[in-house]
Design a protein around this ligand. Structure first.
Ligand code: C5P
Length: 310
């Protein structure tokens, strides 16, 4: 989905839709000296999205309101990544921030779908447009990387290889659309918690670094069938997520029994993605997974979609 480019007239508001991300390939290497883990990943933006709206407040300050997922529990002050993003753009432009940000959230919180990073990317774009800040793509990406490893991808959307700690992107020209059933659970997993569990399991000799993204990239570039894609999905964090939340195993098995081509933990979890053959299969699969119980909510999504800066 593409963000709007309305000029920042006084009183005007700017809204941008920012998609959730999934990692059809998530290879996790060893912890680096800075504490981050080397990543070799393929990101894809999917149609599940948050909407970030920015309007002038009329006085200095950054104010955040939230509706939807996480409303009432997520911080609205400086601890919110969108707040940090607004502050960063103001600092870059050398202006006093003056903005009311509204986050309408559909992306599950702490679910492995980069909801917080999506809001930060949306706030960067919306505030830059609202305040008419002249900023190039490279500079915007640099600011995004300072906010979090997934934020640069959330700006761009589409499909991309992520390296470094996930912030270095190489676009992939994916030819096709793939359909997913997204099943959330009533638990959350914090990203650092899941990385720590990966390290702990590795010390016990469980799991290894899946560094080669080439087979999956070729599949996307050649418009592979969902059947072929199903065999290439990899997540080095999956064992850690299941170890932290063992109930994920039965959710995954249940979806496979209902006919999913693959069950794949999204990022650091605990959201589970089920790959479907096509949209018709996805609709039927979502219904069967819902009826079976065990998921908090079940959504349909397709990818890739564009990000707000595309
Ligand atoms: O980059 P971001 O702030 O989203 O990362 C949150 C946390 O996840 C980091 O503080 C780190 O503990 C962990 N992380 C990691 N390796 C990465 C990305 C994140 O260990 N590549």
């Amino acid at each position: 989905m593409t963000g709007q480019t309305a000029p920042a007239q006084p009183g005007a508001s700017i809204s941008v839709d920012v998609p959730a991300k999934i990692n059809p390939h998530l290879g996790v290497g060893d912890a680096r000296a800075d504490g981050y883990h080397a990543l070799s990943t393929v990101y894809q933006a999917i149609s599940l999205h948050d909407t970030v709206t920015a309007e002038r407040r009329g006085e200095p300050g950054i104010e955040i309101t939230i509706s939807g997922e996480g409303a009432g529990t997520l911080p609205t002050g400086e601890a919110n990544l969108a707040h940090k993003a607004a502050k960063l753009i103001a600092l870059y432009a050398g202006i006093e921030p003056d903005v009311k940000l509204h986050l309408n959230k559909r992306i599950p919180v702490a679910g492995g779908l980069a909801g917080g990073s999506a809001d930060a990317a949306g706030a960067l774009i919306a505030c830059a447009r609202l305040w008419e800040v002249e900023i190039g793509d490279a500079e915007l990406e640099r600011l995004a990387a300072g906010l979090g490893s997934d934020v640069p991808f959330c700006l761009k959307g589409g499909t991309a290889i992520g390296s470094g700690r996930g912030e270095k992107l190489t676009p992939v020209d994916a030819k096709g659309t793939w359909h997913w059933v997204v099943a959330t659970t009533d638990t959350q997993i914090s990203t650092p918690e899941c990385y720590k569990e990966v390290d702990r399991l590795r010390e016990d000799g469980i799991g290894r670094y899946s560094s080669d993204v080439a087979p999956l990239v070729r599949a996307f570039e050649s418009g592979a069938s969902a059947d072929d894609l199903a065999r290439l999905l990899i997540n080095d964090m999956e064992a850690a997520a299941v170890s932290l939340r063992p109930q994920l195993a039965s959710l995954m098995h249940g979806g496979l029994e209902e006919g999913a081509l693959a069950a794949h933990v999204s990022g650091s979890g605990p959201t589970v993605l089920f790959l479907a053959t096509d949209v018709k299969h996805a609709v039927a699969l979502a219904r069967r997974i819902r009826m079976r119980g065990g998921a908090k909510s079940v959504h349909l999504a397709h990818g890739p979609v564009n990000g707000p800066a595309a």
